[in-house]
Each structure stands twice: as C-alpha cells, then as structure tokens.
Write a protein that binds this ligand. Structure first.
Ligand SMILES: O=C(O)CCC(=O)C(=O)O
Ligand SMILES: [Fe+2]
Length: 190
C-alpha cells in the first residue's frame, strides 16, 4: 500500500479509499511475558511458518507497533480490503463472533506489474469470482501471504467481539511501516 498518487486517475486502484473502523492493541501494549508474545518469540513457530511458506527464512517484522497485534472488531466493525506490508502474516483466532467477522481473501493479487491494479478494481467492484471466506474457530492458526493476497474482514454482526492475534514476519530485519500507515492503523507514530 502506498499513499494516493494524484498523477493517476481517481478510480485507479492506488487512489481507491476503503473503509475500516476496527481497533487494535499494538505490539508495545501486549505484555512481554504473556502467552501471545511468548508464542511470537518462539523460534520453532517462525521456522515452521517459514517451512510452510517454502520461502527464505523469516524474521520478526521490525515495526514497533505492528509486529505483533491483537485486532479487535466490536459489533459493526470491519477491516477494509488491503494488502499487508509484511510478507507473511499468521493470525490466531482468540474469540470469534457468532455472526460476521469473516476473513475474506483473493490469492496472488499483487503481481508487481501493472496487471495488479485492474485486479484490485475488479475485486472492490464485487466482480471477482475467486473470493474465498475463512471463519476459523478460536485456537486456529491461519498462515497467509498478506503481501500478495488481497484480504479484508467483514463487519461483526453480534455483541461478541472478534479478537485475533496477528503475528507478522518479513524476509529482511528492521522492516517497518511508513509513519502515515502507523498513524492510519494505530493513531500514532513510533
Ligand atoms: O483480523 C484478521 O483476521 C486479519 C488481520 C489483517 O489482515 C491485518 O491486520 O492486516
Ligand atoms: Fe492484513
């Protein structure tokens, strides 16, 4: 994701605005000795995920706010369609709503060439036929290439909030979000 580009048309994928109103608990607000940070620090898990993804070894994502998070979607809250900055993400469902809060994705949308832009428009216009839904129960790990798969979380439709641990990894150390992206997702820079 980058900032809007006013040299491109308004309806170009780079300039589309999506709506998100979910909250999150950032890395520095998750207890160091708690189970989620302990799991994130556990090297065998990182090695396992690297092996599943069959790519180069994974590092912890270097962003001080977004390397490990807990996403919180209360009733009526959603996360709009997006691609992640970090290469791979692992989510661990902690609490699942009865209705809504479904993880929705389309694989391999980022291609690093011009074809990715019309593909994003097609999906946001609701025209894609390869959209898939995942609704993992609590305790289930989901491993996905969030850098390439366009994904979103649909609105939660009941009073049980959706709580998901998000474990982010990258291929090189010290990768981080741009300050405007930190502000957008965390309301602050760090
Ligand atoms: O909440 C989820 O299941 C996905 C989270 C996500 O895509 C993100 O935080 O970038
Ligand atoms: Fe994401």
């Amino acid at each position: 994701m980058g900032s809007p580009d006013d040299t491109l048309p308004e309806d170009h994928a780079r300039n589309l605005q999506v709506f998100s109103n979910r909250g999150n608990v950032s890395t520095d607000r998750i207890p160091d000795s708690g189970p989620l940070k302990t799991l994130y620090a556990w090297k065998p898990l990182r090695d396992f995920i690297g092996a599943v993804l069959d790519g180069p070894p994974l590092c912890h994502y270097g962003d001080p706010l977004a390397s490990l998070m807990i996403n919180v979607n209360h009733a009526g809250e959603e996360l709009g369609w997006h691609l992640d900055n970090s290469e791979s993400s692992v989510t661990l469902m902690l609490q699942q709503p009865e209705r809504g809060g479904v993880f929705r994705y389309v694989s391999a949308v980022r291609t690093d060439d011009e074809s990715e832009f019309p593909a994003v428009n097609h999906i946001l216009d609701g025209k894609a036929d390869d959209v898939r839904d995942l609704d993992p129960p609590p305790g289930k790990l989901v491993i996905f290439c969030g850098h390439r798969a366009l994904h979103c979380v649909t609105s939660v439709e009941d009073d049980t909030s959706r709580l998901v641990g998000v474990l982010n990894y990258s291929h090189t150390p010290d990768e981080r979000m741009l300050p405007f992206v930190q502000r957008m997702f965390h309301g602050r820079e760090a």
